[in-house]
Design a protein around this ligand. Structure first.
Ligand code: ZN
Length: 184
């Protein structure tokens, strides 16, 4: 099952449809989770509950998170976490990274592997930055032909087709020992 886990405070169901079960509370309108876990619904007894995940790995502020870019939005992108401080994580949780500074451009692509640092937990989301020299893209491929790329200043260049594209590269770009890189 690849259901995304609920975070504390996440909406699980509405009170017109379900009653609160294990690990949930109702806020007068909505049934919400009090733990990190997956939702389960008893449709006969109309009970919504959360099955708590074992040792949920939620990164704290300042933790290093390495993940795969899964979505690009206007001036932010989302990664699925792979490593927290060098420890593999399988929670499926996502981090949001916002582009900062004058350019406000997203210098990464879906499926890039990036190193980020957690800066806050806000509105139930984990926010991270790549705005430090060692943070940013650790692994990427040519956007045209999926070929191998090499760093060239603030760009990457494909060794197969020669295509050049801007990236916010980590100073550790090219090193694929993600566990060691992400360790504090
Ligand atoms: Zn190429």
């Amino acid at each position: 099952m690849s259901q995304k886990p609920n975070l504390p405070g996440d909406k699980v169901a509405i009170i017109e449809e379900f009653e609160t079960g294990n690990n949930t509370f109702d806020d007068g309108h909505t049934i919400r989770s009090v733990v990190i876990g997956t939702s389960e619904f008893d449709k006969i007894q109309r009970i919504a509950k959360i099955k708590q995940m074992n040792a949920p790995a939620v990164p704290q502020v300042n933790d290093l998170v390495i993940g795969t870019v899964v979505a690009l939005m206007n001036n932010m992108f989302a990664i699925t976490m792979l490593y927290i401080n060098g420890k593999p994580t399988h929670s499926g949780l996502e981090c949001i990274c916002q582009a900062r500074g004058a350019k406000k451009r997203i210098l990464t692509r879906v499926s890039d592997v990036v190193m980020t640092r957690v800066i806050s937990h806000l509105n139930g989301a984990i926010h991270a930055t790549i705005n430090e020299p060692e943070l940013g893209v650790l692994f990427t491929q040519c956007n045209k032909c999926a070929g191998k790329v090499i760093a060239m200043g603030g760009n990457v260049k494909c060794v197969d087709c020669g295509y050049i594209e801007e990236r916010k590269l980590s100073s550790k770009f090219g090193n694929s020992d993600f566990i060691k890189l992400g360790s504090k």
